[in-house]
Design a protein around this ligand. Sequence first.
Ligand code: ACO
Length: 309
Amino acid sequence: MGTTILGTGVYLPESVLTNYDLEKMVDTSDEWITTRTGIKERRIAKKESLVLMALKASEEALRRSGVGPEEIDTLVVATLTPEKRFPSTGCFLQSKLGASKAYAFDISAACSGFLFALEVADGLLKSGKAKKILVVGAEKLSEAVDWEDRSTCVLFGDGAGAVILSYEEGESDILASRMYSDGNLWDILYADNCGFIKMKGRELFKVAVRNMEEVCREVLSMAGVSPREVDLVVPHQANVRIINALAERLGIDREKFFVNIHKYGNTSAASIPIALHEAIEEGKLKRGDLVLMTAMGGGLTWGATLLRF
Ligand code: ACO
């Protein structure tokens, strides 16, 4: 018996904000944003609420999994942009979805939130405390950035991704995982209550590459897998230069890294589930593949999870 990913779903807002649009809003250029980050455009939730995005992604994941909302016993939402201090986004989602038998809560681990949520969900399934879990990463970062601060507003976007996990016959899809936090480094990336995202970009860049490399190596070694055996890497989409540096340091072919940051920017906790879904949709991820996911975010928090998909 083991943890199985039954299906995935995403929601991306209709409204697109390009780098050229941003040129009209702050002192920046498409050239600067593209070369420094790899981002060309991002989605902005103008009419969609955070809960609506989470709902649409969850409905798609349920549909693709052939699971009804009433079968979900645990519902976890990773987000750093909840609509209210409380109740949790999870509770609102539970109500809209009709997941009447589920208990629901949020996880706050910034850009690592989806992997942290997956870790908790895997533990609940293994311990027998849950049978079917909905894990969602959802963000409305357009409300958390200062649209007059060019150093941050060009980086982020809105969206949601969801996965349904079940405890099934056969081996676990999750082969190995490891999560870390270092609260001493909290002020590299944070937002005060009701405040905007503040970031020391250069420091974060270095820590992100170093920590993600280390945790990826640790997780691969836990599973007895060498970097070159990995079929696909689904990294948190923060900056294409971070992804390039990670590929080089790990010695994994850059072509094996799934990248969609050019379309969506950094969607924090939503970025990995959105990328995972798109990789499946585009046929880049097939059953049996070895998939390495890794993230780094405010906290600081970071981690990696290896799947046999
Ligand atoms: N357009 C034009 N110029 C800009 C912009 C902009 N949007 N933003 C900053 N600049 C200027 C700065 O003012 C600075 O000018 P100066 O030299 O006259 O002072 C210059 O560009 C260089 O600024 P830096 O911040 O040093 O630029 P850097 O090359 O480090 O790139 C960036 C900035 C893209 C944020 C980079 O540090 C980075 O990607 N860091 C990683 C952080 C990250 O990805 N955060 C996302 C959340 S965390 C996570 O998910 C891991």
